[in-house]
Design a binder for this molecule. Structure first.
Ligand code: ZN
Length: 133
C-alpha cells in the first residue's frame, strides 16, 4: 500500500455538508459524482496533497444510510492507494482479512475499489483503491 488516498465522511445532506466543508477548506469540491451502484452521492475536496470524500446515501438500503443510522455522521472509511488491487486483495484474504467484495468494483473518482470489513481491522472500514488508467 502506498499512502492514504482519501478519508470518507458519511453525511446526511451532501449539499449542506459541501457548504460546511467549502468554508472549512476555503474552496469548493473539485468533483461531484453519483455512484449509483453503491447508492451514494459523493463530493471530493483536495487539501494540499490529501483528499476528502463526502458521501450521502441515495437510497435507504445504501451502506451509508445504514452507517448513519447506527453511528451517526462521521468518518466512514480510510482509503489506501495500491498499485495492484488484485494482488492486495489476494494477500489480505490469505492473511485472514474479510474482503467485502469478490471482485474490485468501479468506485468514485475513476478508481477500482474494494473494502475490508471493519470487523477484521479493529473497527475501521478500509478501502483499497487503484487508479483506472
Ligand atoms: Zn472512498
Amino acid at each position: 500500500m502506498n499512502k492514504i488516498e482519501h478519508l470518507g465522511i458519511a453525511v446526511k445532506n451532501l449539499v449542506e455538508a459541501n457548504e460546511v466543508y467549502s468554508k472549512l477548506f476555503n474552496q469548493e469540491p473539485y468533483k461531484l459524482e453519483v455512484v449509483e451502484s453503491e447508492g451514494v452521492s459523493t463530493s471530493f475536496f483536495k487539501v494540499g496533497e490529501n483528499k476528502i470524500e463526502l458521501l450521502e446515501a441515495t437510497n435507504p438500503d445504501s451502506a451509508i444510510a445504514k452507517f448513519i443510522e447506527k453511528k451517526g455522521e462521521g468518518i466512514h472509511h480510510v482509503a489506501f492507494d495500491v498499485d495492484d488491487i488484485y494482488a492486495e486483495m489476494h494477500r489480505l484474504k490469505k492473511d485472514g482479512f474479510i474482503i467485502l467484495n469478490e471482485e474490485p468494483k468501479k468506485g468514485a473518482d475513476n478508481k477500482l475499489v474494494c473494502f475490508v470489513h471493519p470487523k477484521s481491522a479493529n473497527g475501521v472500514l478500509i478501502e483499497l483503491c487503484q487508479d483506472i488508467k
